[in-house]
Each structure stands twice: as structure tokens, then as C-alpha cells.
Ligand binder design. Structure first.
Ligand code: GLN
Length: 321
């Protein structure tokens, strides 16, 4: 049966979610990247974007924060577009690690697979794959343009975050060299790492993330610009990556309790995709122990539960005006 949700109901639920979650305590800003520790922990925004471009937003949805690991989805889309779904499976993989995002153990256990483009290892490998091979500036332009296409407008590099992260990313350097050892870096390893660090340091708003999420939900067609950003048939591949590892070692708990494939970042952002229906994003800096925003999780979960939408329950939903 088709489920119909009125726009007024959606707006009321988003507002309620915001009000309920606004004063939620718990979690702590990421502090292993010094820049992130300094962000105001009380910032909080929630936005839903519909395929017709309508955005329902509450709170600090224009605040620019570090996109961090959510950018892994953007670059995964780019290499899926450049190489196709089968080649990405062979070169990187599409498996959940069940381990933290920066796990070296996960690489050793898989022996030669970075597992998935949505953890650090696979994301660095993905950046090495971005064409044109061998040209850092050209690669960066392609990566940044793709992020802008998905988000519907340009993102700007947060220089201080980029500097902060570049000066402290020793674990990621080890990952890049270990992957090189297993022939899973397809360009210069330190160039790939730098591109990864730069994409993580891009500034984004909650609204832009909701638009990117809706572009995925809308099979690659950006609901605001109208541009077809990726081949429509890639949507299930992208959403399946998010569903299997978007919350790292907490992914099973997340999809079980929220019903929506989503991807988090240590900057405090989360973006979720309900295929064919909407994109949702939330932002609040304090994180749980796996690096996932406490308030963003609670807010998105509130919305999916209140609306009764769940990807595992079918997504035969229409939002009408
Ligand atoms: N740039 C961060 C890192 O590599 C991203 C981590 C994240 O958001 N989970 O550590």
C-alpha cells in the first residue's frame, strides 16, 4: 500500500524533532583533530530535502562545518561514475568492517582489500583512483566539482581544519602506506592522502548535505539545480554502501533502529537517504564513542519513526502538498 505524508505533517515532525532533541545532553566534540574540539557544541540543525527541491529546515542549517567522513560518499560516487560498480567492488570492496573508521586492523584482517570506500582506508584508495591519475590539482578540481554538483552549490575549504588535520593525521599516513604495500593505492600514496584530508576539510551546511542526500535519493538528479550528477542505476550501490558501513561499528544498531541508510562524519554531520522519497541531514558536534553525532542520530531517528518510514519496510511513500 502506498503511504501518503502531507508536507504540513513533515514540517510539524521536523519541528518536533528539533525541539525534542535540542537540549539532549551527551557526547563530546571530536578532539583528535584540534580544530573540531573548538566548535560550539550547542550548534544544532536538521533539514529534509524533497525531490522537488523543497527544503524543510530547523535550527543552524546555514552554519558551515567540516564535512569529514560524509565526503567519502561523494568520492565513492565519483569513482563509481568513473569506473563502474564492478570495478569499485574489485579494487576497493563493498564490505562492512565492523571496526572503527580509522582501523588498521581491518586492513590487516582483509589482507588486501580496503573493504569499502566509506572507511578511511577505502576512501584514501578511492582518492587514488580519481581520474586523471598523476595530477593532484586536476584530481582535486574533479573531487571538489563533484561535491558541489551533489550539494547544489560550491563548498569552501576550511583552511584551518585542513591544516589542523594535515598536522595530526599520522594514523592515516600509516593506512596509506600499508595500502600501498598491498597494491591498493592506484596513484601516489601521499597525494591520495592529501586529497582525502582536503575533501574531509571542506565546509558544508546542513542544507547542502540534505540536498546531496536528496540527489542520491533522486537517482542522481540534483533536486535544486536539476543536474543529473551520476548515472541513475548507481543509486542502489551508493545506498547499500551507506547502509552497510555508514556508522562504522555501530552501523547495524543504526539501521535496525532508524530504518534509514546514512553516513556520519566526525564534524558532527549525518546525511540519510530514503530512496525515491527524501534526503535528510542533521548536524551537532558532540559525538558518541564511535564518532557519530548524538543529536543528529536522535533527530533523524525521531523523524523516521514519527513518519513511519523505513527502508526495510518498503519505501512506497509519497509526500503530497
Ligand atoms: N578526516 C577524518 C579522519 O580521517 C574523518 C573521520 C570521520 O569523519 N569519521 O580521521
Amino acid at each position: 500500500m502506498k503511504k501518503t505524508i502531507r508536507l504540513t505533517e513533515l514540517k510539524a515532525v521536523v519541528k518536533q524533532a528539533y525541539e525534542q532533541v535540542k537540549n539532549l545532553k551527551g557526547g563530546k566534540n571530536a578532539d583528535y583533530i584540534p580544530f573540531l574540539a573548538k566548535i560550539n557544541p550547542d550548534l544544532f540543525g536538521l533539514a529534509v530535502c524533497l525531490p522537488d527541491g523543497e527544503i524543510v529546515a530547523e535550527g543552524d542549517t546555514e552554519y558551515v562545518f567540516g564535512i569529514e567522513s560524509i565526503s567519502k560518499v561523494h568520492t565513492a560516487i565519483l569513482i563509481l561514475q568513473q569506473y563502474g560498480a564492478e570495478a569499485v567492488l574489485q579494487k576497493i570492496g563493498a564490505d562492512a568492517t565492523g571496526l572503527p573508521f580509522n582501523s588498521i586492523l581491518a586492513i590487516l584482517m582483509e589482507n588486501d582489500h580496503p573493504s569499502t570506500p566509506l572507511v578511511n582506508a577505502g576512501a584514501i584508495s578511492a582518492d587514488s583512483l580519481v581520474r586523471p591519475i598523476g595530477d593532484s590539482n586536476a584530481k582535486w578540481n574533479v573531487i571538489a566539482d563533484n561535491m558541489a554538483d551533489l550539494c547544489g552549490s560550491e563548498l569552501t575549504l576550511l583552511d584551518e581544519l585542513y591544516k589542523s588535520e594535515s598536522e595530526t593525521n599520522f594514523n592515516n599516513r600509516s593506512i596509506a602506506w600499508l595500502l600501498k604495500n598491498y597494491n591498493r593505492i592506484y596513484d601516489d600514496p601521499m597525494m591520495a592522502l592529501d586529497l582525502y584530508t582536503r575533501q574531509c576539510s571542506m565546509g558544508v551546511t546542513t542544507k547542502q548535505l540534505a540536498i546531496a542526500a536528496c540527489t542520491i535519493a533522486n537517482r542522481g538528479k540534483n533536486p535544486v539545480s536539476g543536474k543529473q550528477v551520476f548515472t541513475a542505476s548507481l543509486m542502489p550501490n551508493i545506498v547499500s554502501l551507506m547502509a552497510s558501513v555508514g556508522f562504522y561499528e555501530h552501523t547495524g544498531d543504526w539501521v535496525y533502529s532508524s530504518g534509514i541508510p546514512a553516513k556520519t562524519g566526525v564534524g558532527g554531520g549525518v546525511m540519510g537517504v530514503l530512496p525515491g522519497v527524501f534526503g535528510i541531514a542533521a548536524f551537532a558536534p558532540p559525538l558518541d564513542e564511535a564518532g557519530n553525532s548524538v543529536k543528529a542520530q536522535a533527530a533523524i531517528q525521531f523523524v523516521t519513526r514519527e513518519l513511519g518510514v523505513n527502508v526495510f519496510d518498503g519505501v512506497n511513500v509519497e509526500i503530497v502538498k
